[in-house]
Design a binder for this molecule. Structure first.
Ligand code: HEM
Length: 507
């Protein structure tokens, strides 16, 4: 069994950590959270460095492979226990604890969990683009029913197609806007919407099935299992939101209340877009976290330098800025969803001017036409969310703020260059490029009156930018508690041997 495999065994054993916790609390390596500093013995509490310690467990763990959890420590050979008083103490505590708990969850998830998360997030990216195309080709209201299971079979015969077309003919969209379309044209819009829904089902299956497998086979840690389950429920919920959105464009009563032509509610469209973005981010974040932890577990020495940098208090502001950027990009994207939902990109097609001025008149921005209450108490928020002029202006303001914020953080990163992890520095450079492309795509989409290609690219660009900032955010996050322990020990070993990367103390 290789050393890395031995480590895996070590880390798989949840109880080892709980074993170590009591006596590890003496350690404080200045790493901030007290929880994290209670993990592994320092050199002074253990006679052996962690690698030797782990290696010496090789046989022991192999002997006890069949026994999971803390039971392994019941039968520790005394020769091993005598190696360290501290360890001995830990084992005694584990014995006591074993009577109460027996956990089978590994501390680190297997890399395949990370691959599934990242792989499925690519499908989510694709469905967002397909969803954008569905909206831009005005295909979204062509399927008038929601059949989560049987709907995956498309019309197969000409008769089936005619039947679907008849159903569509009852919809407000056909009656008010599309009464001229032919069966062939209907087949196109139906296929767009059907493809979008099918991709949703594929995403559901390709995430839910592996999740059950990972959980049943204990391939993931407990907290990752909870995250996977949360993502599964969000995927299911997204299917429901999709139908809730479509229904708002099919129901005559709702359309009359909104005094709208047959289109979906902009609020529901933005909710649908927002949930897709959240699912996407959650998948990428979880996937990257799992892969990072897995990599560290296999080769902690390779990550030591980065760990020292991200644990440094000097990077605190930069880390906070990365979360601000993440929030800002997300809000800008949601405001873009409202622009799309209200077709607000079809007015004021100049930049930076909106009409004669950079900002339209206040009368137009806060028009009483949009207030529904007699006392106009809803004037402000209705204009902010329902007036296409104001909504477009908001999106411009947020987009420009996002652009200059990324630019400012990028400039700031040059000053911090020696202390920023290289990978994060590179990611921020890429984000600067992505935000520039995104702003350019937004402006051209507007100027050219929202052509399908540019609008689709602009939507994909939003997701691309969000991915970049999310990766940056993730790169600046600490690994899990168990891996921090490994890293601390590697760091100590490196400083003992005077190796490069460990010369400066952890600050
Ligand atoms: C820099 C950050 C930006 C982000 C993150 C962003 C994000 C988005 C998103 C997510 C959408 C919704 C797309 C859809 O659902 O189809 C959108 C739509 C839109 N954005 Fe942006 N945008 C940005 C910049 C800009 C800029 C600078 C402009 C131009 C002033 C602009 C103009 C538009 C227009 C006109 C739409 C509506 C397109 C449509 O109807 O499909 N965006 N934006």
């Amino acid at each position: 069994m290789s050393l890395s495999k031995t480590r895996f065994f070590f880390l798989k054993n949840t109880s080892l950590l709980s074993t170590c916790k009591p006596y590890l609390s003496q350690i404080s390596l200045n790493l901030g959270a007290s929880k994290r500093s209670k993990i592994l013995p320092t050199a002074s509490t253990s006679k052996k460095p962690v690698d030797q310690f782990l290696f010496s467990q090789k046989k022991l763990l192999a002997d006890h492979r069949g026994n999971r959890g803390v039971r392994r420590f019941h039968t520790l050979p005394s020769r091993f226990q005598s190696q360290s008083a501290a360890l001995n103490q830990g084992f005694q505590v584990a014995k006591a604890q074993s009577a109460k708990t027996s956990s089978k969850w590994p501390i680190n998830s297997h890399k395949s969990v990370g691959y599934v998360c990242i792989g499925t997030s690519i499908l989510v990216f694709a469905i967002v683009v397909v969803g954008g195309l569905t909206r831009l080709t005005e295909s979204g209201l062509s399927i008038t029913e929601w059949k989560p299971i049987t709907g995956s079979v498309p019309p197969l015969t000409e008769e089936d197609w005619k039947l679907e077309f008849e159903k569509y003919k009852q919809s407000p969209e056909f009656q008010e806007l599309n009464s001229h379309i032919t069966l062939e044209e209907f087949k196109f819009i139906f296929s767009m919407e059907w493809g979008h829904r099918l991709l949703g089902r594929v995403i559901g299956l390709s995430f839910v099935l592996p999740t059950f497998y990972f959980i049943a086979r204990r391939k993931c840690s407990k907290d990752v299992a909870l995250k996977l389950l949360a993502i599964c429920s969000m995927i299911g919920f997204q299917g429901f939101i999709g139908w809730w959105m479509v229904y708002s464009g099919l129901d005559k009563q709702q359309l009359a209340e909104r005094n709208s032509k047959p289109t979906v509610s902009p609020y529901r469209l933005t909710t649908h877009l927002g949930t897709a973005f959240v699912i996407y981010c959650y998948m990428i974040y979880t996937g990257l976290q799992v892969l990072k932890n897995y990599k560290i577990m296999k080769q902690p020495e390779a990550y030591v330098q980065i760990f020292k940098q991200i644990a440094s208090p000097k990077l605190k502001t930069f880390k906070r800025l990365s979360s601000v950027l993440l929030g800002l990009v997300f809000i800008t994207a949601m405001s873009g969803g409202l622009v799309a939902g209200l077709d607000a990109g079809l007015i004021y097609n100049t930049f930076p001017h909106m009409g004669d001025d950079i900002i339209p008149s206040s009368n137009e921005l806060m028009s009483p036409v949009f207030a529904r209450k007699a006392d106009q108490s809803d004037l402000f928020w209705r204009n902010m969310l329902e007036n296409p002029t104001t909504v477009q202006l908001n999106h411009r303001i947020l987009a420009v703020t996002t652009f200059f914020s990324v630019f400012a953080v990028h400039m700031y990163s040059h000053r911090l260059r020696p202390i920023i992890p290289k990978n994060a520095y590179r990611t921020l450079n890429a984000c600067m490029g992505l935000v520039t492309i995104q702003a350019a795509l937004g402006i051209t989409t507007l100027i050219y009156l929202v052509p399908i290609e540019l609008a689709t690219a602009h939507q994909a660009g939003a997701l691309g930018l969000l991915t970049g900032i999310l990766v940056l955010f993730q790169q600046l996050r600490r690994p899990n508690v168990a891996n921090i322990a490994l890293l601390k020990r590697s760091l100590q070993q490196l400083s003992k041997t005077g190796a490069k990367g460990a010369s400066k103390p952890l600050n």
